[in-house]
Design a protein around this ligand. Structure first.
Ligand code: GAP
Length: 455
């Protein structure tokens, strides 16, 4: 995990939050490549659950909600972890993580009895800070969809089964956050609430487990690093009848990426009782009115990003000359260009083409030759209209390749002296490091064929 953390900082994927003040523990900021990767994960999820289907509607509900939402949902009463405090060093522990429930794992001191600790962040709504204005930062995006159930029925008139999808921030005052961005107190969720006939819930749950599992595989996670793990009864959240986690084999062990739960009609009933508005579905054909069951695939954006980064990370030996030397037309190699890299290893992120933050880099072989720089900049400007493209002339070619490999750039296009005469450039493939000499005018066509439609 240290290598991933180090790469993330070195290349501008993820920084510690408020670092100039010493950092705020377990909070992270996404840098220029991190935000692109994260947006690509979210876009791919949205495409899969909204655009490629006819039965799911996207929404973007407010983070701040009426406090009664969290009473009705059961979070005020049930959304807690048990904590135990050390009487000597005062460190607070999540009781479930303790091997010995009486002894502090840090200093061996005696622990207090386990006490519940509600995970919801509290704040006040409006200028008066009293109990009457107490509200919560949402601990899940799901409730924003349940409270909009009638709005979707009234505006979209959907037939069962149908769903809602939302991506957004959630907040939990976790007792023991950690493992980089895996468990934090502020994170983003990607959730679907899928409303089904109660007698179809078990079948739909299985379908959603498969659908979501395939999404991770389709974006390149290795099969051997993914598994499904059904929850035992004592692990289930207060609202769930059953749940299966999709887990990833992180460097710190198998851990949850996403949970797919059968929430039954718990939420719609609870909100109906608490609000006085009947959140039922009327079936025109059978004339029945009933509470649908809810199947909920609920994933974490940050955890997915961490899994994609981990899975894509490779250290590889490269040929000492070939990779830093653009091909000339007859296929021979030019004299090696000094690359400023001490050894011949490369770190490469083999991210899926939809996820890679940068698709193409245009690199001039000689930055002190204005004609080459001009041609390269012109090509980059042209490619930017079609693909996320960067121009870089801040180092020797070997160094530039290494840098692009580290952020997962799919293709490097090198403009050299020969390009001025033969109007050709060298295109290098990130994964194979194979180089091809192609006409400048056909670069866009060539890349379109290679990349297909990227998100
Ligand atoms: N609405 C259901 C729900 O919130 P959950 O299993 O508590 O279920 C769903 O959370 C997903 O949200 C998890 O699978 C995980 O990916 C992400 N998640 C939960 N807590 C997190 C945390 N503290 N830090 C980062 N991601 C978290």
């Amino acid at each position: 995990m240290e290598k991933i953390v180090s790469l993330c900082k070195r290349r501008g994927f993820i920084f510690q939050s408020s670092e100039i003040y010493g950092g705020l523990s377990n909070t992270w900021d996404y840098g220029p490549f991190g935000v692109e990767l994260k947006n690509n994960v979210k876009r791919s999820w949205w495409k899969s659950v909204v655009y490629e289907r006819d039965d799911i509607f996207g929404i973007d509900a407010a983070i701040l909600m009426h406090p009664k939402v969290w009473e009705a949902s059961g979070h005020v009463e049930n959304f807690y972890d048990l904590k135990s405090d050390c009487k000597s060093c005062r460190k607070r522990h999540k009781t479930a993580d303790l091997k010995d429930k009486n002894k502090c794992p840090e200093c061996g001191g005696q622990l207090t009895e386990a006490r519940p600790f509600n995970l919801m962040y509290k704040t006040h709504h409006g200028p008066v800070e009293d109990a009457g204005n107490l509200i919560y930062l949402r601990p899940e995006t799901a409730q924003g969809m349940f409270v909009n159930f009638l709005n979707i029925l009234d505006t979209k008139h959907p037939k069962l089964p149908f769903g809602m999808a939302q991506i957004g921030k959630a907040f939990r005052n976790e007792i023991t956050p950690g493992n980089f961005t895996f468990r934090t107190r502020e994170f983003e969720q990607m959730e679907v609430e899928y409303f089904v006939r109660p007698d179809e819930a078990d079948k739909m749950l299985e379908e959603w487990i498969e659908y979501r599992f395939k999404w991770y595989l389709g974006l390149g996670l290795k099969k051997e690093n993914l598994r499904k793990r059904p929850h035992s009864k004592d692990e289930l959240a207060h609202y769930a009848k059953s749940c299966t986690d999709i887990e990833y084999n992180f460097p710190f062990g198998w851990s949850e990426l996403e949970g797919i739960a059968n929430r039954t009609d718990f939420d719609l009933r609870q909100h109906s009782n608490a609000s006085g508005k009947e959140l039922k579905y009327f079936d025109d054909a059978t004339k029945e009115k009933f509470y649908p069951y809810i199947i909920e695939p609920s994933g974490g954006v940050d955890r997915s990003v961490l899994a994609f980064l981990t899975d894509a990370y490779f250290e590889e030996k490269v040929h000492p000359v070939r990779d830093r030397t653009p091909k000339v037309p007859d296929g021979c190699l030019r004299q090696p260009v000094s690359n400023g890299v001490k050894d011949d290893m490369r770190v490469v992120l083999k991210l899926d083409k939809d996820l890679a933050p940068v698709k193409v880099a245009v690199l001039p072989l000689l930055r002190n030759r204005p004609e080459i720089v001009e041609l390269a900049k012109k090509l980059a400007a042209d490619l930017k209209k079609c693909f996320i493209t960067v121009y870089d002339d801040t180092g020797a070619i070997g160094k530039l390749y290494r840098r692009q490999d580290e952020v997962g750039t799919l293709f490097c296009v090198t403009v050299d002296v020969q390009s001025l005469e033969d109007k050709q450039v060298t295109v290098r493939d990130r994964d194979t490091m194979q180089q091809e000499r192609i006409g400048i005018d056909s670069t866009k066509k060539y890349l379109t064929e290679k990349l297909g439609t990227v998100l």
